[in-house]
Unconditional design. Sequence first.
Length: 188
Amino acid sequence: MVTKKLIMKKTTLLIFMLTVLSSLGHVMAWSAHRLEKKSEQTLISLYKNNPKAEALGNKAIAVLVFPEIIKAGFIVGAQRGDGVLFRKGKIAGYYNTTAASYGLQAGIQRFGYALFFMNEGALNYLHKSDGFELGGAPSLVVLDAGLSGSLSTTTLQHGIYALFFNQRGLMAGLSLQGTKISEFIPTK
């Protein structure tokens, strides 16, 4: 009897999580042109407001920008957003990010983040994997405001740096554990 109850609870949570993810996808669906402009503006703003991010971007071989991600949850949570990969200042691809979580949580939040790929191996991992999972990414370093302030170009040793920005909303904590990034073709 306990097993049936547990299966029913997990099934209900899974259905809820899939519903939240699909509704976030509908809300976040931007045209290619709008996504490109929003991503370019976001990267320019990030560099203007954080000189260390600009120094990081100058050393990176590519930057993947997610200008706006929406995260919502009540015990079960989901997040989703679309982004653009820039390589040598040119658009090299379109990606979306999704994540699901379970635990003590409630609220809604908007934020963005940029991934700085520092070498070909890290970038190849993004291209070769069928859905890049950040929790298992090679040499991922998440930079918060304090850590990014102490960053210097001589300390750049890892394959990928993640930098969060524009956090708004009422949900505690940001994590990339379990986040999946997949390439997609946006609507024109």
